[in-house]
Design a protein around this ligand. Structure first.
Ligand code: QAP
Ligand code: CO
Length: 169
């Protein structure tokens, strides 16, 4: 396994629409394993393939909660089957380090896709896991959580980001 580099905003790969996976082979499984390792080492609770420079429809999530029915979730070609309710959650993103903001999402979702072996899986989620699924599926469509912010909060983000960029020199 290997730790991968995480692409950060405004890397154009984060804006790409990820391609559907057609074949699940050793190469894809290695990417999945490396993504999981990269997420755990970060540490983070979710990572989409775009974030490691590979625009393919793969995501990993582990919300690290004992009460969760799931441990590591791997989803290939995820699709939203049901969505209801509304919830606001303070989100962050490994590709937008050190910035956090509240985002409105569906409170409950049902997502289907394939696991690491290509078997069909369906995930019923609410709360944090539902938020994580929506956040990571957004990545596969080239969307970031900052796209959901109000114009004012987006401005705050842009100013903070510019300031950070300057300080990093
Ligand atoms: C997406 O986010 C998410 O800024 C996963 O400095 C967010 O793992 C799902 C992280 C909210 C559900 C709710 C962010 C680590 C990790 C940072 C992450 C940072 C270090 C974010
Ligand atoms: Co993210």
């Amino acid at each position: 396994m290997a730790q991968l580099d995480i692409c950060t905003y405004p890397d154009p790969v984060l804006r790409q629409k990820a391609q559907s996976v057609e074949i699940i082979d050793g190469e894809l499984q290695k990417l999945i394993d490396d993504m999981a390792e990269t997420m755990y080492k970060a540490p983070g609770i979710g990572l989409a393939a775009n974030q490691v420079g590979k625009p393919v429809r793969v995501l990993v999530i582990d919300i690290q909660k004992e009460e969760s029915d799931y441990g590591l979730i791997v989803l290939i070609n995820p699709e939203m089957m049901e969505a209801k309710g509304e919830i606001s959650w303070e989100e962050g993103c490994l590709s937008v380090p050190e910035f956090y903001a509240n985002v409105k999402r569906y409170e409950e979702v049902v997502v289907s896709g394939m696991d690491r072996r290509g078997d069909k899986v369906e995930i019923n989620a609410e709360g944090l896991l539902a938020v994580a699924l929506q956040h990571e599926m957004d990545h596969l469509d080239g969307k970031l959580f900052i796209d959901h912010l109000s114009p004012v909060t987006r401005d705050v983000f842009k100013r903070k980001w510019k300031k950070k960029q300057k300080e990093a020199v």
